[in-house]
Design a protein around this ligand. Structure first.
Ligand code: PBG
Length: 336
């Protein structure tokens, strides 16, 4: 740690460098850029987009609209989108079989998006069973417990099905043990050696996912259940480093910390310890919180939006998944 203490008051005045805008700009260390942003999109199979009450400004998109959003992302310079399907209840089952259907909503959307934008925008697909399972859990359930190894076998197939559709980045968000190595092996065996794996490596059992579960319609399926037997305990932090170490050894190309703002310490520890691409997910509850306060006139949305995203960069994040991606990119293009 370097402490560059130059002197005492009055010769040292910390405010001198802060006095002018040009000077503040000159000495700042961190910058938010469009190329830091990943835009999560929700997909529906219906005829029209649907609003999501707990996520103002976010909609569940038809495949056509999602493809248009991808084109907008390309035009703005947003490097990647992450897509999350809303599965009709009638297609959900105990074994989440729809996850393996090569014609499911995600696969059809990936094909359409890739047809429209080609390589201009990366497409990230979540690997986990919760959008497809009748119990809302990320894995297979036996005797009330989410079983690890049998789940991993399904996740391997889900990853390959998504890669076949043209997905660029497979993002396992399920927190099963050993799934990164297993998914890497399955992708390689199927010939997808260049498809990336972005691991949700340090994903906490968080109440901040509430609006997401409304958005994808899994809240009702999960009911009073929780994900504490596989997602991390919010009171633990060393464990996050262990998770990241394992995932990197198993072949993860990049890792993610989730949620975002309440876990900035975890981002910093991971970035310092491993120096690998480390993404932050500013999750649905964080987005909802900022919007709700702004709607009450209690916070200035453009200001807190930019500050909250910049904080991730300062904490060491390589990039940020955020529902603000499009509006933030538009603002950054207008006022860099
Ligand atoms: C699915 C998944 C979740 C999120 C991303 N992928 C929800 C969960 O784990 O219950 C949450 C994202 C958000 O809240 O914005 N495994």
């Amino acid at each position: 740690m370097v402490h560059a203490i130059r002197g005492d008051f009055p010769s040292t005045r910390m405010r001198r460098l802060r006095k002018h805008d040009w000077s503040r700009r000159l000495v700042r260390e961190h910058e938010l850029a469009v190329s830091d942003l990943i835009w999560p999109l929700f997909l529906i199979d219906g005829p029209a987009n649907e609003s999501i009450p707990s996520m103002p400004g976010v909609e569940r998109l038809t495949i056509e609209s999602a493809a248009r959003a991808a084109v907008a992302a390309a035009e703005l310079g947003i490097p990647a989108i992450a897509i999350f399907p809303v599965t009709p209840q009638k297609l959900k089952s105990e074994d989440a079989a729809e996850a393996l259907n090569p014609d499911n909503l995600v696969c059809r959307a990936v094909r359409q998006i890739k047809r429209e934008v080609g390589d201009a925008v990366g497409v990230i697909c979540d690997v986990a069973l919760d959008p497809y399972s009748s119990h809302g859990q990320d894995g297979l359930v036996e005797n009330g417990y989410v079983v690890n190894d049998a789940t991993v076998e399904v996740l391997q197939q889900q990853a390959v099905v998504q890669a076949m559709a043209g997905c660029d980045v497979i993002a396992p968000s399920d927190m099963m043990d050993g799934r990164i190595g297993a998914v890497r092996q399955a992708l390689d065996a199927a010939g997808f050696v260049d498809v990336q794996v972005m691991s949700y490596a340090a994903k906490y059992a968080s109440a901040f996912y509430g609006p997401f579960r409304d958005a994808v319609g899994s809240a009702g399926n999960l009911g009073v259940g929780d994900k504490k037997t596989y997602q991390q305990d919010p009171a633990a932090s060393d464990e996050a480093l262990h998770e990241v170490a394992l995932d990197l050894r198993e072949g993860a190309d990049s890792v993610m910390v989730k949620p975002g703002m309440p876990y900035l310490d975890i981002i910093r520890r991971i970035k310092d310890a491993f120096a690998v691409p480390t993404f932050a997910y500013q999750v649905s509850g964080e987005y909802a919180m900022l919007h709700a306060a702004a709607q009450n006139g209690w916070l200035d949305l453009p200001e807190v939006r930019r500050e909250s995203l910049l904080a991730f960069k300062r904490a060491g994040a390589t990039g940020i998944l955020t529902y603000f991606a499009k509006v933030m990119a538009e603002e950054l293009v207008a006022h860099p």
